[in-house]
Design a protein around this ligand. Structure first.
Ligand code: MLT
Length: 238
């Protein structure tokens, strides 16, 4: 499998992703939230680029059938039902609901991938499930969503972990960034807390009081399913 890594959402290039399998990764916290919400029974997630878009698109839905969720500056948006904390997305709250989600980077990364053959949603939470799903693909692009057009190590280490898992099960051909991430992941033996101790976005979230979210999102293989983003919404795929 040939693997290319994109360092942040703004660096997604239409030509690069055309006809390829793309895995969008935003460990802290968008893709961890999406994976959790769908696993906990949400009907679908509709990623929105702006707060206005989320309000507008939800207008045609019955109020009790959907939830407006997301963040700006890590905090819940005024008038929304939930923020972007995965711990809020419990089965009791999300079961059967359509979720309109807008986040600073993760939802943008998903929406930029429309030229891809398929777009999967990756996180540490579903590392094995994602790896299994992409094992048979020939051309892969791992998109590290990053933070405000900058590379973020949490996403990079998730890409490194995915490449490492793939390398155990198939022959891989990686680009230079993939090489760096794989080596870094292997050098710390998967000790995530050590690897990420200086990660800007992780510390930003901790400073804002979201340490529990960080601990939750760094758990590996807690969730055995993968979701796909297609035709404007995300659902779990078999
Ligand atoms: C994002 O999509 O930018 C992130 O999920 C931000 C956050 O941690 O809430």
């Amino acid at each position: 499998v040939k693997i290319h890594v994109v360092p942040f959402a703004g660096a997604i290039n239409r030509k690069l992703i055309q006809n390829k399998t793309v895995v969008v990764i935003d460990v802290l916290r968008a893709t961890s939230v999406m994976t959790t919400a769908l696993y906990h029974g949400a009907k679908q997630i509709i990623p929105c680029l702006t707060v206005e878009e989320a309000f507008k698109r939800s207008e045609t839905y019955a109020e009790d059938s959907c939830l407006l969720c997301g963040e700006r500056d890590a905090r819940k948006i005024k008038g929304f039902d939930l923020g972007n904390s995965p711990l809020e997305f419990t089965p009791e709250i999300v079961k059967g609901k359509t979720i309109f989600l807008t986040t600073t980077n993760g939802t943008k990364a998903l929406r930029s991938g429309s030229d891809a053959k398929e777009i999967l949603i990756g996180a540490f939470l579903n590392l094995n499930a994602v790896t299994k799903k992409i094992l048979e693909r020939e051309k892969l692009v791992l998109v590290c969503s990053g933070t405000n057009d900058k590379f973020s190590l949490d996403d990079g280490m998730c890409a490194g972990a995915i490449i490492n898992e793939l390398s155990k099960q198939t022959e891989i051909k990686i680009d230079d960034l993939g090489e760096v991430l794989l080596k870094t992941w292997r050098s710390e033996n998967g000790n995530l807390n050590q690897m990420l101790k200086n990660c800007f976005h992780l510390n930003y979230l901790k400073d804002k009081g979201y340490a529990e979210d960080v601990d939750y999102c760094l758990q590996i293989n807690r969730i055995p399913v993968v979701s796909e983003f297609r035709d404007n919404f995300s659902v779990i795929i078999p």
